[in-house]
Write a protein that binds this ligand. Structure first.
Ligand SMILES: [Zn+2]
Length: 76
């Protein structure tokens, strides 16, 4: 956890919401298989990616995804 200033109040912090308005997220993993042709290993490698999914709609929280896995937004 990051150090917070002593005068910090949780009410000053912004909730990170899902697109559906959900505020509760569950830890989840996505797995990427990396071809042995790329790694030179005898077998394919598996790379876990930690993400958080909305408990209401099951969509991953985009803001915490690695950049290259984020769905590109057309409107900002
Ligand atoms: Zn949601």
């Amino acid at each position: 956890m990051n150090q917070l200033p002593s005068n910090f109040n949780l009410n000053d912090a912004r909730d990170m919401d899902c697109d559906c308005g959900g505020k509760i997220f569950l830890p989840a993993y996505r797995f990427k298989k990396i071809s042995r042709l790329l790694t030179g290993q005898p077998k394919d490698s598996v790379m876990p990616i930690e993400l958080y999914v909305c408990s209401s709609c099951g969509k991953p929280l985009q803001e915490l995804l690695p950049q290259e896995l984020q769905e590109t937004k057309i409107t900002e």
